[in-house]
Design a protein around this ligand. Structure first.
Ligand SMILES: NC(=O)c1ccc[n+]([C@@H]2O[C@H](COP(=O)([O-])OP(=O)(O)OC[C@H]3O[C@@H](n4cnc5c(N)ncnc54)[C@H](O)[C@@H]3O)[C@@H](O)[C@H]2O)c1
Ligand SMILES: [Fe+2]
Length: 485
């Protein structure tokens, strides 16, 4: 158990107002430490063809055998070919584990680990979205710590032994996992997600190859792009932000507002795809040091309970959390607005902040992101809020403390209309007036409880993430044809 978890359990006995002050001070203090924590950065190869260049580079490292960790769709689309051709040409042996599913669950990681051991591999190459990259990271840490059950690796620095190297080829522009210290997997038994954090999990080298993203379906482009935006925004607004992380987060926000709509509408534009993958990587670099906040804490609960895709869950929650935080972070929201080209530094701060909130709503609307979570059920809200606040208050440097009542009320605003009607009377009322968070926003400031504007005929959370449209698979000439094994 980490220090924050222990402290939070002790603080459970203390009234919520006092707890808010205690945790705020503790998190600010911890930020002073994380600012100087050495976090390795992978060598980045960027641009069309960089996955082939990664394959060429890997042949120089003298690995005995690489395990390529990916999913069946990536194989079917022929996205491994440049990499595996380069490995074959350089005489580097590799084996394939292509069973990854979204939010890779524990039994799947165990199968990947068995493959890693059976094939006597000594390094991993993840090719795919966050699910493949995180699975490879967890297989790596588990292989080095065979006596530890997977669940016990969740938390900070739980693996004693150094994991084998991981290399990454992201095929979505969202998670930033190619540069982060984190790995997220699913625990289906407990219907929750496990987060493993260790600086030794950062990949050694990563290829940002826009050619691999040209066929990413619009709905996945949208959701993963909003994940990257959430990383940038949460790292910028939290207490652990520093000048270094601010630069990266702002760069990501600018790139995302400039390019995400085009990536959604015009997926084959490689320049736009490259800029989105840079944005995702910059946002990953920012949050791996400055961490995330309430949006991720709540979204992880939706992922664990309803299997809502991670980026989609973040996109739906982000507008609500921004409105809640706004009174405490007005100048920071204004700075985000300027970087999103919504005004200049000469404009009124509150006006800029409001424009940023409106621009996030508009972006969601243009990307077909719904304002409600179709799977959400009123009866689940107390447990969801409790788990989200536990995650946030034991790990994230949030800029404004959220009470249990405020969290429940925020989640309740995401109920689909049918469930909303079944919510208890007063369930949609403003947050309880027991903490500073309940203070109404002064005139002209963004209002914490304002509902986002309704999207025209919004898709539901269940329909928004459609299955990828397969492109014709390219012909494979590698000595080992990658098929679903
Ligand atoms: N480690 C971290 O720092 C970190 C950060 C954020 C999120 N995550 C985790 O990452 C996971 C989500 O990752 P994700 O959003 O990238 O989605 P994903 O990896 O789950 O992939 C989503 C879908 O997109 C498909 N896909 C991926 N690339 C494609 C391509 N180029 N063309 C066509 N289809 C493609 C996949 O087959 C899959 O069906 C979650 O488990 C989340 O918790 C990790
Ligand atoms: Fe995320």
């Amino acid at each position: 158990m980490n220090l924050f978890a222990t402290l939070n359990q002790t603080l459970d006995l203390i009234p919520e107002g006092a707890r808010a002050a205690g945790l705020g001070a503790l998190m600010k203090g911890a930020g002073k430490v994380t600012r100087y924590l050495p976090i390795p950065q992978p060598t980045l190869l960027v641009g069309p063809g960089s996955s082939r260049r990664l394959g060429q580079a890997l042949t120089a490292f003298g690995h005995q055998k690489l395990l390529i960790v990916t999913d069946a769709m990536i194989v079917k689309l022929g996205l491994l070919k440049s990499l595996t051709d380069a490995l074959d040409a350089g005489g580097t042996a590799w084996a394939l584990f292509d069973e990854i599913t979204p939010d890779a669950p524990i039994p799947l990681i165990e199968r990947g680990l068995a493959r890693f051991q059976e094939e006597a591999c000594d390094a991993l190459v993840a090719v795919g979205g966050g699910s493949a990259m995180d699975a490879a990271k967890v297989i790596a840490v588990a292989s080095a710590n065979p006596l530890k059950p997977l669940r016990s690796l969740a938390g900070y620095f739980k693996g004693l032994n150094h994991p084998p190297p991981v290399y990454a080829v992201p095929t979505t522009a969202g998670t930033g996992s190619e540069v982060t210290v984190a790995a997220v997997i699913a625990d289906p038994q407990r219907r929750s997600k496990l987060v493993i954090v260790d600086t030794r999990l950062v990949p050694k080298m990563a290829a940002l190859d826009p050619e691999l993203m040209a066929g990413l379906p619009p709905a996945i482009t949208a959701a993963t792009g909003m994940d990257a935006l959430t990383h940038a925004v949460e790292s910028f607004l939290g207490h652990w932000a520093s000048p270094g992380t601010d630069g990266l987060a702002l760069a990501a926000v600018g790139l995302i507002f400039d390019n995400l709509r085009s990536a959604y509408l015009e997926g084959s534009n490689l320049e736009v795809r490259e800029r989105m993958s840079l944005a995702s990587t910059y946002a990953g670099m920012a949050f791996t040091r400055a961490n995330v906040g309430y949006v991720h804490a709540i979204a992880h609960q939706f992922g664990g309970r309803y299997h809502t895709p991670h980026g989609l869950a973040n996109a739906i929650v982000l507008p609500q959390v921004l409105r809640f935080l706004a009174p405490a972070v007005m100048p920071r929201l204004a700075a985000l607005a300027v970087r999103a080209r919504l005004g200049t530094v000469k404009d009124n701060e509150q006006v800029l902040a409001q424009r940023f909130l409106d621009a996030v709503d508009a972006l969601n609307r243009d990307l077909g992101i719904p304002t409600h979570l179709a799977a959400l059920r009123e009866k689940d809200i107390p447990a969801l809020a409790e788990a989200a606040l536990h995650e946030a208050h034991t790990g994230y440097p949030v800029p404004r403390y959220m009470t249990r009542a405020e969290c429940e009320s925020l989640i309740r605003r995401l109920l689909p209309p049918k469930e909303e009607a079944a919510a208890p009377a007063g369930g949609l009322a403003a947050p309880a007036a027991t903490s500073p968070a309940a203070t109404p926003a002064p005139e002209g400031q963004p209002k914490a409880a304002r509902a986002p504007r309704k999207a025209p005929a919004p898709p539901t959370a269940q329909t928004a993430q459609t299955a990828p449209t397969p492109r014709a698979p390219r012909k494979s000439s590698s000595r080992k044809t990658p098929t679903a094994e």
